[in-house]
Structure formats: C-alpha cells, structure tokens
Design a protein around this ligand. Structure first.
Ligand code: ZN
Length: 429
C-alpha cells in the first residue's frame, strides 16, 4: 500500500485489492453452504479516505461470515488479498500500556514454565514492532520475529529485535529449518484469524517447531464474540473466527496436539492455546475438556446456534436504527466517538452516514481531517464535541467505553448522553 502521508493507514488513493470468493472450507474443503451473517459489501475497514480522494470511487467487497457444516470453522466467504492490506500495517502494538503489561507478564510466565534460557530459540509470528520479543531479549533468551509489514519490522529492528519481513507458511518454515533456526517456542498472538490459508500456516508451525517444543496462540474466542454480540469485529482482515473445537481439529490434522488452554479478557474474550507435537506425550489439561464441553453446551457444533447469532445481529441493527431515527425525528443531534475499524463495520452494515451521525471525533491526529471509509463521515479532533454540544455521543470502541466516558466527562455538562451500540443500543447514565 503506497501512502501520501506519514501514516500508512491513510491511502494515497482508494485502493483496489485482489478478491476471491471461496466456495469450500479453507480447512477441510467441504462446500461452504451456511451463512452466519451477511454484513453487506463494505470497503476494508481501515481504509480512511483523505479529502483529496473524497470524490473518487472506493473498492468494496462482500463481508459475509460462513460456517462449515463439517468442521464448524467460521470464515469469510470473500478473501481480500492480504498483501495489499498488510504490507504497511498501521497498528503499532506498543502504543498501549495495558498491552505491554500483558506481553511482559506472558514472557515471565512462559519463560519460567518452559525453562527457556540462552540456548533456547523463541520465534514470534506477526511480531509487529517487537513489543513482546523485547522482553525475551532482556532476559537473555534468543528471539526473532517474522512480520510481513516492512514499516513495523523497521520499528522492531530499531529496538534490537531481529525481524524477517515475509508472510509465514510452510515455504518460510522450510527455509528457516534449513538454516538452523527451528523454534523451542513459537508465539502467534492475534494473527491466527488473519491467515487466509490456515493449513499452510499451521503446517509451517509444525515444521518450524523443534521436538519437545511448544506453540502458544492467542485468538479472540468466537464463542464470546457470539455471546457479547461483537459482530462489528468481523472484517475483511479477519478471515477465520476460532473456537476450541474447530482448532482442535485443525491442529490434529497437522500432527499437533492442543494440550492446554486459558481464557483471557483481551479483545472481548480470547483464548490462549498451548500446542505441541502430537507424539510429544504431553498430558492434556482438564481445562481443554471443560471448555470443549462448554462450547458443546452453547451449541457450537450445531448450525442452529450460528443461525440464531445471525438473527441477533440483524435485530441489533434494527434497534440501533430505531434509536437513531427516533432521535433525529425529535431534532436531537448525534456525534460519534472514535474511528476504530470495528466502528466502520457497524456503520456500513447499518447504513449509517452523516444523515444520522454528524461527525466522529478521534484522538489520533492522523485520522482527523479525513473521512471514514464507506460512510464518508468526517473525522475531527475531540474538541469538536464541546464546540457543537451534541445531544448524544455514540461510542464506537465500546470495549473502552468507561475510559471514553471518563475522558469526555464534560459532555454531561451540556446534557449530552453517551450511547453504546454493542451488545445492543443503550443510553448510558
Ligand atoms: Zn470445514
């Protein structure tokens, strides 16, 4: 992705990607026949529009989640090529203190648990700017990263984290093994959903992992996504939506064994899965069976639960539109807070443009002065709220709503009220 500004998130021009429609499951090859939710055709959610391109066409692609009736892997039907989305990726993990703390605690615990030392080799897939690997290096544990985004890899190198700029899969793994760079620990955090060819990725991990080695994977849990109605986290960059049950089958097919799992609070409810070679002889933790049973109890191995989720999403749209229509009918003004990717999935699915929301505000100066993809709602600095005093402020990053309400407490001084759209529209007092 080329860019005319210093921020890669803002495109030089509305950008065309290569997109293909899948007719079969990306894991098991069964024909894909069951729609979970059709969110309509949308632009990639991070493709903010600059003023000079406001009048140009935007590329849009179907955003439909399907479920495979053989393996129950939830996946997008249309693949938008990752090379154009990821070669310059805007998300720098190090921006958040909470996230750094999460990374540091993980490194402490896994180093101790696996007795990692100066003879060990740690590899992180999608290592971003090295925010996590830096903690291994500080402990004297050799580590390197693999990431396809050249700009974030460069940021990692400046903090001393060796980063190989490429997509990971069997081809890359074979090369790394041939030059003696096999791994005792492979880390894949919040990347597993971003992989269009899941078999190539897991096959690569199998090749790269030393005998007796361990893989840890963090991934938003689709069971929690359904439970908390987080459908706005479905976007083109997320090709797959994971459950313990589907992933157990995927690892098994590649000669790997999921031997332990933890539930985390990150990203609205995530899993940390622990995986080893199937012939490793490791005991499977009772937590795996317990969570597997919970997924069965929630119907994740039946098509009806996925269909019910789809209807719940459509009803969420109707409720949000009802709220906005009624507010506008009585002359209320509505602004949005935040311009996150998930906000765009929500706004574009619901057909909400500046007819309902006058503008959004965002603290990121690179986003200000531009427009949201699809809806073309203008983005301003947060002080726009005090200048226009809207009746309602719709918080798009609902996951940080408490933080937003604390920061923007002055909204209440003019009688403004905060609203969240997820899990369903709610005016907060
Ligand atoms: Zn399948």
């Amino acid at each position: 992705m080329t860019s005319s500004t210093s921020n890669p998130e803002i495109q030089a021009a509305p950008h065309r990607h290569t997109a293909t429609r899948r007719t079969t499951c990306r894991f098991c090859g069964t024909p894909l026949e069951h729609t979970v939710i059709d969110l309509g055709a949308q632009p990639p959610c991070n493709s903010i529009i600059s003023p000079e391109h406001f009048n140009e066409a935007e590329a849009i692609y179907p955003l439909t989640a399907m479920v495979c009736h053989a393996c129950y892997l939830v996946q997008l039907e249309t693949d938008v090529a990752p090379d154009s989305i990821y070669t310059e990726y805007a998300y720098y993990s190090s921006f958040s203190d909470t996230w750094l703390d999460h990374a540091r605690r993980y490194v402490e615990s896994i180093s101790h648990q696996l007795r990692l030392g100066s003879e060990s080799q740690v590899v992180e897939l999608a290592s971003n700017d090295g925010y996590l690997l830096q903690y291994f290096l500080k402990k004297g544990i050799p580590a390197y990263g693999i990431d396809p985004a050249a700009n974030v890899a460069k940021a990692a190198e400046t903090r001393g984290v060796e980063t190989i700029v490429t997509f990971f899969g069997e081809h890359t793994a074979r090369h790394l093994v041939s030059v003696g760079r096999s791994a005792d620990l492979i880390i894949a955090n919040n990347v597993f959903g971003h992989i269009p060819d899941i078999n190539d990725f897991v096959g690569g991990m199998k090749l790269l992992l030393k005998p007796g080695g361990t893989i840890t994977i963090e991934i938003p849990h689709f069971m929690r996504l359904m439970e908390y109605n987080q459908f706005d986290t479905i976007y083109h960059e997320h090709y797959c939506y994971h459950t313990l049950q589907a992933d157990t089958r995927i690892f098994g097919a590649h000669g790997l064994q999921l031997f332990d799992v933890e539930e985390l609070n990150t990203h609205g409810g995530s899993l940390r899965m622990f995986v080893c070679h199937a012939d490793d002889g490791r005991q499977t933790s009772s937590r795996v069976g317990a969570l597997y049973g919970l997924e069965t109890a929630r119907g994740l191995d039946t098509l009806t639960s996925y269909a019910a989720f789809g209807e719940q999403v459509r009803e969420t749209k109707r409720k949000l539109l009802t709220f906005l229509i009624e507010a506008k009918r009585v002359g209320k003004t509505v602004a949005g807070y935040g311009a996150p990717g998930k906000g765009n999935t929500l706004l574009n699915y619901c057909g909400i443009r500046s007819d309902f929301i006058d503008y959004v505000v965002d603290r990121n100066p690179y986003k200000q002065g531009n427009y949201l993809p699809g809806s073309r709602i203008p983005i301003y600095a947060p002080d726009k709220l005090a200048a226009t005093k809207p009746n309602y402020v719709l918080i798009l990053p609902w996951n940080i709503k408490d933080e937003v309400m604390a920061q923007m407490a002055h909204v209440r001084e003019w009688g403004g009220r905060f609203v969240v759209p997820i899990p369903e529209v709610q005016v907060l007092d």
